[in-house]
Design a protein. Structure first.
Lengths: 158, 494
């Protein structure tokens, strides 16, 4: 059984009552002492590990020894590559409201230039051009409420 | 004593104030917005009144609705907490006119200190050192001229402001226009007042503030300092008391200046006089006075052993202090970490979502003031503060170790938090030496999140195999906890 989180593939197989896990060419023996809602209690090669794990769709939250990591589970080994070389879409990093739109369509912009400003949680968030280019399409207006991941601006390389 | 108090706030501070009320045998009234229907502060109160939509202007900033809720529930007093209406003189005046008691200073004191330009002038007159700067200018040209005069970098900030809002550091002439505009807009949104002032930006300074407490009979004491130099975006993230930087002589001088400044505006109730301290010249300057309870008040409570919120209530009732300045001393060391729903790897952008897991640390001398529980939604409407983690130790080293251990026991899933970031600040040598200025985070602390550990990846895979995968084959309609990330609790070995 292969489980893939982001760039890491973990091979799990049953080995008697325990699991054999292989990650980055390292093989360990895993004994599951206890597993319950959101928490697993393990012996990894004899070392006691308590891990808090939550799932939200493909997303995993894992806390071990006070460190929390966000992982994304892949459904198959092929990773989709969504980033394009010549075009890019700038999305809202969080829900909020569009305070100002500082550019027009077809305008040339330079890397780091503020394209528009969002307001969320009483703060201003500047959406800046990731590289030099042309504003192809403005997808939002001033005053509009936007959701997380909503496309704000489509850009094209200059 | 009052028999019923309305708390005009939300989150952790509303709960903290209700605790003090309960200890004093006072009934509590919560107010809440649509977004906070299921919030812990609503459940914790004896009564709760829905005051409006989620947007703060429709609810927590709406003076009429809050006073109306106070009248309807026969509350005798209103505690404003911090933020929202806490430093709004019109609110304090409106509470008075409604024949309710405002738990805080007089509307006049709030007005005098609320205007950052006016307060600077008053403090100069009272003999308190202030930061070089210019007040009362408006046009871009005037700001540019002023900046040249006091020399870049400069700080433009809201005259009516506080809490890091409506504030911009300007490094060069060319940045002035955009920064002024942004600061004006933020100031106007946050305080309804877009006047700005300009002052010298001391780039390597410490932020050290003094807690003051006055009764309504002319007695005013200070309760020593809080070192608040670990900041991001002009907002504090770690505070401690005492400060490693202050000598006994400087501490005494600054304490006396804080008391003199507060007395100059006839101050009573709890307040905080903020200073910036130049660590090389060992000089201090008045920054502003916050005329309210401060977020970081618990570290003072640990070190001086006084319950500040109880005293706020006692002062409002009219009680006279049974103590004087010489009754107070600093004992041990306290540290507070602010646990924010934000992403330190991505410009500290707030993170929203449902709390899939939320586990707070416990132990001796560990205090958690929080406003969330598992299943709650962290929305974009309000400040992203999840909780404050406060620890006490016999000395700084013990307190740091206790904080590190407590943070390890904190589990938050569903939103990104700054917990790992806080942990790495505490472990840094500069922090251990107390060598951290207000710009340390942005200029020196080059933080990167760590890669997922080997153990975490193995554990996630095991959890997937033993719990999550089983969920899909089982109907998930009868789980005992509607917020549980997994509906099937069966262990692997069963």
């Amino acid at each position: 059984m292969k489980i893939i989180f982001d760039q890491s593939a973990i091979d799990l197989s049953l080995n008697g009552k325990n699991y054999k896990a292989v990650l980055d060419n390292k093989t360990v023996d895993v004994e599951v002492i206890h597993s319950e809602n959101g928490k697993v209690d393990l012996l990894i090669d004899g070392k006691h590990i308590i891990a808090y794990v939550s799932s939200d769709g493909a997303k995993r939250w894992v806390t071990v020894d006070g460190r929390t990591f966000g992982l994304n589970k892949s459904l198959n080994a092929k990773q989709r590559n969504v980033s394009h070389e010549h075009a890019s879409e700038l999305v809202a990093p969080m829900p909020g409201q569009v305070r100002s739109v500082n550019v027009k369509e077809n305008e040339m912009v330079s890397k780091g230039q503020t394209l528009l400003v969002l307001e969320a949680m009483k703060m201003e968030i500047r959406i800046q051009a990731p590289r030099d280019g042309i504003v192809k399409e403005l997808m939002v207006k001033v005053g509009q409420t936007v959701e997380r991941e909503q496309i704000l601006v489509k850009m094209e390389n200059g | 004593m009052f028999s019923k108090i309305l708390i005009a706030n939300r989150g952790e501070i509303a709960i903290r104030i209700m605790r003090a009320c309960k200890e004093l045998g006072i009934q509590t009234v919560a107010v809440y917005s649509e977004a906070d229907r299921n919030a812990p502060h609503v459940q914790f109160a004896d009564e709760a009144i829905l005051i409006g939509d989620s947007s703060p202007n429709e609810s927590y900033l709406n003076i009429d609705k809050i006073i109306d809720a106070g009248r309807r529930t026969n509350a005798e007093a209103i505690h404003p907490g911090y933020g929202f209406l806490s430093e709004n003189a019109s609110f304090a005046a409106a509470v008075d006119s409604a024949k309710l008691t405002f738990i805080g200073p007089s509307a006049d004191s709030i007005r005098a200190m609320g205007d950052k330009a006016q307060s600077k002038i008053r403090m100069k007159r009272a003999g308190v050192p202030t930061v070089p700067g210019i007040e009362g200018i408006e046009s871009l040209a005037e700001f540019k001229r002023a900046a040249k005069e006091i020399d870049y970098p400069v700080l433009v900030k809201a005259a009516a402001g506080g809490g890091g809002k409506g504030m911009r550091v300007v490094n060069t002439d060319s940045e002035m226009s955009e920064s002024l505009e942004a600061a004006r807009r933020e100031a106007s949104n946050a305080f309804g007042d877009d006047r700005l002032l300009i002052e010298k930006y001391l780039s390597d300074a410490h932020h050290i503030e003094f807690q003051v407490l006055g009764d309504q009979h002319g007695n005013l004491v200070h309760l020593f300092e809080r070192e608040c130099s670990v900041q991001r975006r002009h907002q504090k993230i770690i505070e401690e008391s005492p400060s490693l930087l202050l000598t006994p002589k400087l501490r005494k001088e600054m304490g006396e200046a804080a008391v003199a400044g507060a007395k100059a505006v006839g101050y009573f109730n709890a307040g905080t006089v903020e200073f910036i301290v130049d660590p090389v010249a060992m000089k201090y300057y008045f920054l502003e006075m916050n005329t309210r309870l401060q977020v970081e008040h618990p570290i003072t409570e640990f070190v001086v052993g006084l319950d500040l919120v109880q005293w706020q209530i006692r002062i409002a009732v009219g009680e006279k202090f049974p103590f004087t300045q010489k009754d107070f001393s600093q004992r041990g060391h306290a540290i507070e970490c602010r646990v924010y729903a934000e992403d330190p790897a991505n410009g500290f952008l707030p993170s929203t979502g449902k709390l899939l897991q939320y586990i707070e640390p416990r132990g001796p001398n560990i205090r958690v003031d929080s406003g969330f529980t598992a299943g709650n939604e962290v929305t974009h409407f309000y400040d992203p503060l999840l909780a404050k983690l406060i620890v006490y130790g016999e000395n700084r080293e013990v307190a740091i170790q206790r904080m590190q251990s407590a943070l390890k026991g904190y589990v938050v899933h569903g939103v990104i938090t700054n917990i790992d970031f806080l942990q790495d600040v505490l472990a840094h040598n500069d922090f251990k030496r107390g060598d951290v200025s207000t710009r340390w985070v942005e200029t020196k602390f080059n933080w990167k999140p760590s890669e997922p550990s080997f153990e975490s990846l193995i554990a996630a895979a095991i959890a997937d195999q033993t719990i999550i995968n089983r969920q899909s084959s089982i109907t998930n309609s009868n789980g005992p906890d509607p917020f549980s990330p997994w509906k099937n609790p069966s262990g692997f070995r069963n």
